[in-house]
Write a protein that binds this ligand. Structure first.
Ligand SMILES: Nc1ncnc2c1ncn2[C@@H]1O[C@H](COP(=O)(O)OP(=O)(O)OP(=O)(O)O)[C@@H](O)[C@H]1O
Ligand SMILES: [Mg+2]
Length: 298
């Protein structure tokens, strides 16, 4: 049984003029425990929408989503909120740290929703996690005093502190320079692996995408597996020729068709791709949305 399974998942929204916008048009995706998967795609193709569904922040319009083999539609809102807090960690492009809280308080925040030892030992666990991301000497620093890369490391520590089974990262390096982004991804990769967490990373950056074991491209609401050429692991130059399409159901070594991926990267560079407009909570989410319901700390 897989950890996450999507079968024919769609998501549509009704626009103010009553037209229906089909964002996702039948997504099939299976993710096993500890797996690292990347998803690339142009701005506005539904990547954040998909991630919000995977993270139980949003629900499909149709299709099936199984978590540990159980259709999520069968879970009550309360159970879903608990599962979201306990099983999922989120990392966003804009870090989304609480600006009025120290690094330590930010990382400890998800543990306010945990039970027992995790709740009572939250300061120590948060400090250990910050140590692991190399910020053990910045526990009492406010986010605004940290560099972008350091803030993202705090966000990574926060996403991992409850030992989630899945990390969902929405453009985790989108606001960082290439070198810092690479370091941050190394860290996210390493710690996710050490913790045995699955990592699903959405990115415009092929170098980031190439770290994953399986790669997908989301285009016009449809998800398709792709192969990423070895050259893509280096710089962002020459992106147009480094990504290849693998037809559905084909062996990954089979027939490769070039995809004009340069447009993906340039769209990201041009727009800064906020991803803040998904139908689910996304980057605007509250602590309650992301970490679980507020009854758990009782
Ligand atoms: N609640 C909503 N109402 C109307 N349109 C929406 C809603 N949520 C998302 N959309 C539209 O659906 C499309 C997909 O949005 P989504 O945020 O998932 O894209 P994305 O691939 O994450 O884009 P980006 O790379 O810019 O972050 C966009 O055209 C967006 O405007
Ligand atoms: Mg987005």
């Amino acid at each position: 049984m897989s950890l996450l399974e999507l079968h024919g998942v769609t998501r549509s929204v009704r626009l103010p003029d009553d037209r229906i916008l089909q964002i996702l048009r039948g997504i099939d995706l299976t993710v096993d425990a500890g797996e690292h998967v990347s998803i690339v795609g142009r701005s506005g193709t539904g990547k954040s929408t998909l991630l919000n569904i995977l993270g139980l922040l949003d629900t499909p319009t149709a299709g099936e989503f199984l978590l540990d083999g159980v259709p999520i539609g069968r879970l009550s809102g309360r159970v879903r909120a608990r599962r979201r807090g306990a099983d999922f960690g989120f990392v966003f492009q804009q870090f989304n740290l609480l600006q009025a809280r120290t690094a330590l308080e930010n990382v400890a925040a998800p543990l306010l929703y945990a039970q027992g030892k995790q709740f009572w030992n939250r300061k120590r666990l948060a400090a250990e996690m910050l140590e692991r991301v190399g910020l053990g000497d910045r526990l009492d620093t406010m986010p605004e005093k940290l560099s972008g890369g350091e803030q993202q490391r705090v966000a990574i520590a926060r996403s991992l502190v409850r030992g989630p089974r899945v990390i969902l990262a929405d453009e985790p390096t989108g606001a960082l320079d290439v070198d810092t982004g690479g370091e941050v991804m190394d860290l996210l990769d390493t710690i996710a692996q050490e913790n045995g967490s699955a990592l699903i990373a959405i990115t415009h950056d092929l170098a980031v995408a190439s770290r994953a074991k399986r790669h997908f491209r989301l285009a016009e609401g449809v998800l398709a597996p792709i192969a990423i050429g070895a050259r893509s692991a280096g710089s962002l130059d020459g992106l147009g020729t480094t990504m290849e399409h693998v037809p559905d159901g084909e062996d990954h070594q089979a027939e490769h068709v070039a995809v004009p991926l340069g447009t993906v990267a340039s769209a990201a560079a041009a727009t800064g791709s906020t991803g803040a407009h998904g139908p689910g909570a996304g980057p605007g989410s509250t602590l309650d949305d992301l970490f679980g319901d507020s009854v758990v700390a009782s």
